[in-house]
Ligand binder design. Structure first.
Ligand SMILES: Cc1cc2nc3c(=O)[nH]c(=O)nc-3n(C[C@H](O)[C@H](O)[C@H](O)COP(=O)(O)OP(=O)(O)OC[C@H]3O[C@@H](n4cnc5c(N)ncnc54)[C@H](O)[C@@H]3O)c2cc1C
Length: 356
């Protein structure tokens, strides 16, 4: 990769998942110049379902900040749609299969509450091809899927065209930090932002942060059943927005295994749940695994290294990268450039005892 010779970049960004991309949006909006490193070692964003849904579907409660931040996230994805001339946002209702009278009552009670009422609508007894629901489905609106994999491909192509993407492993040992800038080989930048997802575990500057990581596996299936919604029961079935007739089935949660390798156990687990939900033949055409960058307190991680003002982190998007990453990136940028305070819930200083 030949970089255009430049005296000094504003930023080096390490990691092109939804977090890194969200930070690039801030840089573009603020006319900052930058280079990006990505080694594709982590797959979280690329294999994610890309669903956005501000309601926790187990308990029928609002997810933290999701209602407020979803609006901002959708704005950022819309900007990308205009920039690349592609459709990334697909509004699709979620049909939550209800298990009995108690859940029906809980649904009705929750759907009257502020915030939740914007998404949680009526209970319907509509039949969906191959899926039975004797107690009906609670319908969620304003939800959907962002085709983040397609977005990242388009972003990478564009960055390459402008000689801004280094498709390589970032070697932490080669980073030199000076009071006013950092340097990496021939590249100099005012600041560096690390957004490596679970790859943070190799980062000597931030590996102390309590990011545990939760492996998730998903299946892509083909079936003749026509399922126009995202159906949520013990698993999600969601239309593959990139390919008609294909459906995403997921996902698993594993806190022990930290590899990106698909397992037979996860496939069996997902298929056993799928067979209880979908009574039509299907074929598994793909299985993928990734590590969600989950944090012990389930909040994002953003901030500066305690010893180096020009070394920052953007991570910890957990299970809701689509909703959380754009607004967290905005907070981090405003903090780094204008010294505006970040929410204390995202600021890594809440974990200062871990850096001792
Ligand atoms: C199965 C599954 C389903 C999910 N479903 C959803 C969903 O429906 N909706 C939702 O909002 N979220 C979902 N998530 C969570 C979501 O994927 C994450 O919150 C999000 O992708 C995290 O993004 P990230 O950019 O922090 O990390 P990543 O996507 O992992 O990106 C980090 C990038 O940094 C690169 N990198 C790391 N180290 C280095 C290095 N040393 N040098 C160069 N590059 C490096 C990696 O290769 C990678 O490209 C799901 C996750 C999984 C696993």
């Amino acid at each position: 990769m030949n970089f255009k010779k430049k005296e000094m970049y504003d930023y080096i960004v390490v990691g092109l998942g939804v977090a890194g991309w969200s930070f690039l949006q801030q840089l573009d909006e603020n006319r900052q110049n930058y280079v990006v490193f990505d080694n594709q070692s982590q797959q979280s964003t690329r294999i994610a379902g890309g669903m956005f849904n501000p309601v926790i579907l187990k308990r029928f409660t609002p997810a933290w900040k999701a209602h407020e931040w979803l609006k901002y996230a959708l704005l950022q994805f819309q900007k990308a749609e205009l920039q690349y001339g592609q459709k990334y946002i697909h509004y699709i209702d979620i049909y939550r299969k209800l298990t009995g009278v108690e859940e029906q009552n809980n649904w009705v009670a929750a759907s009257d509450k502020p915030v939740l009422s914007e998404y949680m609508k009526d209970i319907v007894f509509e039949s969906i091809d191959g899926i039975e629901a004797p107690f009906g489905f609670g319908v969620l609106q304003g939800t959907g899927i962002v085709n983040v994999a397609q977005l990242l491909n388009d972003v990478a192509t564009d960055l390459k065209r402008h000689h801004k993407l280094f498709e390589a492993d970032f070697n932490y040992e080669q980073l030199q930090i000076f009071p006013d800038y950092v340097s990496y080989g021939d590249i100099k930048a005012r600041k560096i932002v690390f957004a490596e997802g679970f790859g943070i575990k190799r980062n000597p500057f931030f590996k102390h942060l309590p990011l545990t990581g939760t492996k998730g596996e998903m299946l892509m299936i083909e079936t003749e059943a026509d399922i126009p919604y995202i159906v949520k029961s013990n698993v999600f079935i969601a239309p593959n927005v990139a390919r008609k007739g294909q459906y995403y089935v997921g996902a698993t949660y594993n806190w022990e295994d930290k590899t990106n390798i698909p397992t037979t156990a996860a496939r069996k687990h997902l298929e056993s749940k799928l067979q209880k939900l979908l009574h039509r033949p299907y074929k598994v055409v793909q299985q993928k695994a990734g590590i969600r960058p989950t944090v012990i307190d389930r909040r994002p991680l953003a901030g500066k290294h305690p010893d180096y003002q020009n070394v920052a982190v953007l991570n910890g998007m957990g299970t809701r990268g689509v909703i959380l990453a754009p607004a967290t990136a905005k907070q981090l940028f405003q903090y780094l450039e204008f010294d505006m305070p970040m929410l204390k819930e995202v600021d890594i200083r809440r974990f200062s005892k871990f850096s001792d």
